[in-house]
Ligand binder design. Structure first.
Ligand code: PLP
Length: 431
């Protein structure tokens, strides 16, 4: 499918990237200036957009006791964690490494951490117990036994929720769908009651909540309502069984629009809140929300310079200095990212090209057969909506240093990660 590049692309209000005087800006900072100051490839994030997205959740859920636990894996930049932590966010973590990031970025938020993930190790559980996190989202009986053992060893009671698998289909990419019984995630909701009962045998385990997460980049809100309705029913049963269930963790997964169509983020959050409300009915438990992508994806872009334009037979390739190691989503999920020139095109002339990186893989592409304004070597282009699952999935493949990152606060630019050097790449190696 060919996508037209609309001049309006970058002016859609759902993104902080706008043309001013024919140059793409992030809020009030020119991307030309950023390339000059920090080089390319460069990840650029708008602090105000992240705050605004967070506030949308705060507002939409204001009528219920709730905590927004930002999913750290979407973008684990310390600066972004600090920004969200100071706004009152909790965090959803999936590793001991992410726990340390929260500690470093905003220590008071540790008590608002939920620990998800299908394969927690003893050292990670120990660190989280000592940090007195809010709850462990447990994904198997074996993990629950391990949690009980570590809690006993350290003499610290563990608050836990079972992550149940509601067997709800979420209509997203197969790699990021998690709520069906065929997936590795969660515990079959039908056996959950028995496991809570079993847990009461250990005085080191405190049944505290129920959690669910059905997948990522979910655009329809009905699956969220269906999943929550099943969880809510389970919670009433658990209460009747005598468990003091305090939290319902609705997970994350709310999707954004990666295309150039207008996207009404506030409306989407309202619809999401309404769907969850429907699923929760009269339930009054403290609600935990774990948005990742929705808070940070559209706040970010990957700025890259065109290295060359090359023709092979009938095809045109635009080769950029960013590659799949910097942003793997197109290669991994066939994800679409809008790609816009930093200098606003004056005419309507477009070429059809593949936009690719220099990595030695045919899978190293950002777009295929994309209509894009004519660009030449040295020009800058921006890959939009790269704030989530961009830098966190970056690698050093082909011995390429990872990009620098900057956070824009209005007119101010803060370098939040310096560019990696070749020396950095080899520091852990032994010769
Ligand atoms: C990845 C993940 C999230 C965040 O998903 P988004 O699609 O980025 O909102 C939330 N909770 C859990 C358990 C996850 O694995």
């Amino acid at each position: 499918m060919k996508k037209k590049i609309a001049a309006a692309t970058a002016t859609v209000a759902s993104r902080p990237f706008v043309y001013r005087n024919r140059v793409l800006h992030c809020d009030h900072v020119s991307l030309n200036a950023l390339a000059e100051g920090y080089g390319t490839p460069l990840y650029i994030y708008s602090a105000s957009q992240i705050s605004e997205r967070f506030q949308l959740f705060q507002t939409a859920f204001a009528s219920r006791p709730h905590t927004v636990c930002y999913a750290v894996k979407a973008n684990s930049s310390l600066a972004i964690l600090r920004l969200l932590g100071r706004l009152g966010a909790g965090f959803d973590i999936v590793s001991g490494g992410e726990l340390e990031r929260v500690r470093r970025a905003h220590k008071p938020a540790l008590r608002k951490v939920v620990f998800s993930g299908v394969g927690k190790q003893a050292w990670e559980i120990d660190a989280a117990l000592k940090a007195d996190i809010l709850q462990f989202n447990v994904e198997s009986v074996q993990e629950l036994d391990l949690l009980a053992a570590r809690a006993q060893k350290l003499g610290i009671r563990a608050r836990f929720a079972l992550r149940v698998n509601p067997d709800v289909f979420a209509e997203t990419h197969p790699y990021i769908s998690t709520g069906l019984s065929e997936h590795k995630f969660g515990i079959d909701i039908k056996v959950a009651r028995a496991i809570y009962r079993r847990a009461t045998k250990s005085k080191w385990l405190e049944p505290y909540g129920v959690s669910v997460h059905i997948g990522s980049q979910i655009r329809k809100v009905d699956p969220f309502a269906a999943a929550l309705a099943r969880v809510t029913e389970l919670v009433s049963q658990l209460r009747r069984d005598g468990h003091d269930i305090r939290t319902i963790d609705a997970g994350g997964g709310l999707g954004i629009d990666y295309s150039d169509a207008p996207f009404d983020a506030p409306h989407q959050v309202d619809r999401y809140a309404a769907a969850l409300g429907k699923g929760l009915a009269n339930e009054t438990a403290h609600i935990l929300l774990e948005p990742g992508r929705f808070l940070v994806a559209q706040a970010g872009a990957l700025l890259t310079q065109v290295l060359g334009v090359k023709k092979n037979g009938s095809k045109t390739f635009i080769i950029t200095d960013a590659a799949m190691n910097d942003l793997i989503r197109p290669a991994l999920y066939h994800a679409h990212h809008e790609i816009v020139p930093v200098r606003q095109p004056t005419g309507k002339a477009v070429i059809t090209a593949d936009i690719v990186g220099p990595v030695c893989e045919s899978g190293d592409f950002f777009a295929r057969d994309r209509a894009i304004a004519q660009v030449k070597p040295g020009d800058l282009v921006a890959l939009l909506d790269a704030g989530a699952y961009g830098m966190t999935q970056a690698s050093n493949y082909n011995s390429r240093p990872r990009p620098a990152e900057v956070l824009i606060e209005g007119t101010k630019t803060i370098l939040t990660r310096r560019r990696e050097t070749i020396r950095d790449l080899m520091t852990t190696e032994i010769l």
